[in-house]
Design a protein around this ligand. Structure first.
Ligand code: ZN
Length: 302
């Protein structure tokens, strides 16, 4: 009897106030961030076993969702090198959902973090399992709702080592750089006491504000614009995550993320502190924005 009753209820759910807005699978989103930030992933340092396990999980999710690889695999390998380490084969995972035009929006989130130090796992739940979870949610949404632009989804490695995955991506893009009209980068979406998600980068391309203005606040998260003016110095986030590699190639970008918090780059950045009502709404805001941008004539931005 209960089962019979459940059917009409489930069918009615999409009609109950979700009409224009993105419906996101909250359980799946929380599962993705939980798995990627588990102790077993060891903090996902580039070149580590935990990093490789995170890659396996993202590959599996890309396949489940139906994200297409550009070649035989999702992997884009690159050599990572800085003062601290050399990784001969670091790995971005890149795929796409085809649109109806050859023009491209690239959606990025780094999956690497800082690893394990003195036996303590730096889980990187907010930084940046949260961005990868949201990227997977966006891929799921657009796989079901065909976009106009081709959407490239790139889970990037080596961000914590100096944005190296993003730099490798723009040096060796899977599509010509000239076709990339916008980068949407997500880095830290899941912890903020005020329910604020920053959209940063519109200072450099004020036309992007038109699309941001069309994104309606959610019950537990709203967009705030800023952190993108040079006079803000360290509070200008222009060069602080992977979008900077796109900015340097004169590709318009929007970066979505929260302000720093007590768990930032601490072992306590773990699943238990993720705000389970803010995060799904924050991820939905980004998907709402991508919908607005995808519906627009983005070539005007360039
Ligand atoms: Zn990060």
């Amino acid at each position: 009897m209960k089962k019979i009753l459940a059917f009409p209820l489930l069918l009615a759910l999409p009609l109950l106030g979700f009409s224009q807005s993105t419906v996101l699978n909250k359980q799946q989103l929380l599962q993705d961030i939980k798995v990627l930030s588990a102790d077993s992933m060891g903090g996902r340092l580039s070149g580590s076993e935990g990093n490789r396990m995170a890659q396996e999980y993202i590959r599996k999710r890309f396949r489940e969702i139906g994200v297409k690889p550009f070649g035989k695999t999702y992997a884009q390998h690159f050599r990572l090198e800085n003062k601290r380490m050399v990784v001969a084969q670091a790995t971005n995972l890149v795929g796409f959902v085809p649109g109806t035009t050859g023009q491209v929006i690239v959606i990025t989130a780094h999956y690497d973090h800082v690893g394990t130090r003195n036996g303590e796992v730096y889980n990187g739940a907010d930084d940046n399992a949260s961005g990868v979870g949201a990227l997977l949610a966006a891929a799921t949404y657009f796989k079901a709702h065909k976009p106009t632009h081709t959407l490239v989804f790139a889970a990037l490695d080596g961000e914590e080592q100096g944005l190296q995955g993003a730099k490798a991506f723009v040096e060796n893009p899977p599509v010509p750089l000239g076709k990339i009209l916008l980068n949407v980068n997500m880095d830290m979406l899941s912890i903020n006491d005020k329910g604020e998600l920053y959209a940063s980068g519109a200072f450099h391309n004020p036309q992007l504000k038109t699309y941001l203005a069309q994104v309606k606040p959610r019950p537990n998260a709203k967009l705030v614009l800023g952190h993108d003016r040079p006079e803000q110095q360290h509070d200008d986030w222009t060069n602080q995550s992977d979008h900077y590699a796109f900015f340097q190639k004169h590709i318009p970008y929007l970066y979505f993320g929260v302000e720093d918090h007590a768990h930032y780059h601490q072992p306590s950045d773990e699943y238990q502190y993720v705000n389970k009502s803010f995060y799904p709404d924050a991820a939905s805001l980004v998907i709402d924005f991508i919908k607005q941008a995808d519906a627009a004539k983005l070539e005007k931005l360039k």
